[in-house]
Design a protein around this ligand. Structure first.
Ligand code: MN
Length: 261
């Protein structure tokens, strides 16, 4: 596809969005397509429904000690966000150890353990005070990162995508409904590699709470049901290699495990 056609395609997608359609499938109005494109959804605990994922947002540097280890000042930085493609999700069923492929191009592949908020009600300019009313459920996830490429691109003032937004970079557990778990504003979050503790912090150490993240994000983009938000990782991110087993935990959710292969 040449650049001209690419931008025409983007314009069509934008127009479909303005029309209130949430997917290109809807935009096509049931018309035949030349090939099938998968949609992404995550199983919901205690339900035969699945949670359809629209967008994956991720906040950066949201725990002070992690901001410092990444070389920034946690006291002065406003929140910032990036996205992963929706099909970067690798669903990991509870009680299983999923094989997670070591990605191409990197020699420094890092874990980041994070609470993930799943949006069920959209909006623009959502007030902090009512922001948690927009959360439908929670899960836990890994924001897997090609750290060497993320740093190299940052050093050159280029986009982070190749470091953050690649295939399988978003392992996630099943969605737990807020109605069953309540909200997660405090509690332990930890990550082990091969049984050894690596990250160990508390959700109440977030610089920007989940409610504040929703409020800020909704100033930049209208949020829609199906959006999910990775809420940031604590300090002590680090590398894994093939054969390593990652286990992560958040109080109130079942653990998530992957093996790097
Ligand atoms: Mn992260």
């Amino acid at each position: 596809m040449d650049r001209r056609n690419f931008f025409q395609g983007s314009a069509a997608a934008a127009a479909a969005g303005l029309a209130g359609c949430t997917t290109m499938g809807n935009a096509a109005g049931g018309a035949r397509t030349p090939f099938a494109v998968n949609t992404t959804s995550i199983p919901v605990v205690g339900s035969d429904e699945v949670f359809p994922v629209r967008r994956i947002y991720c906040i950066g540097r949201n725990y002070a000690a992690h901001a410092r280890e990444m070389g920034s000042d946690p006291n002065r930085e406003p929140p910032f966000f990036f996205q992963k493609p929706t099909d970067a999700i690798q669903y990991v069923a509870t009680g299983t150890v999923a094989d997670h492929p070591y990605p191409t191009l990197t020699k420094n592949y890092h874990y980041e353990a994070e609470l993930v908020a799943c949006i069920g009600k959209g909006g623009r300019n959502i007030p902090v005070a009512s922001a948690l009313d927009h959360v439908w459920g929670y899960t836990l996830g890994l924001d897997m990162t090609r750290r060497d490429l993320q740093r190299a691109m940052g050093d050159e003032k280029k986009p982070w995508e190749i470091g953050k937004s690649f295939d399988h970079s978003a392992p996630l557990g099943p969605v737990h409904k807020v109605a069953q778990t309540g909200h997660f504003t405090k509690g332990a979050i930890w990550l082990k590699v091969n049984g050894a503790i690596k990250q160990n912090a508390n959700l109440n150490q977030m610089i920007w709470s989940v409610a504040e993240q929703i409020a800020k994000l909704s100033e930049a983009n209208e949020l829609f049901p199906g959006d999910i938000i990775y809420s940031g990782t604590p300090e002590n991110v680090g590398p894994v290699v093939r054969g390593d087993v990652i286990e992560m935990h958040i109080d109130g959710l079942p653990n998530l495990s992957v093996k790097i292969v």
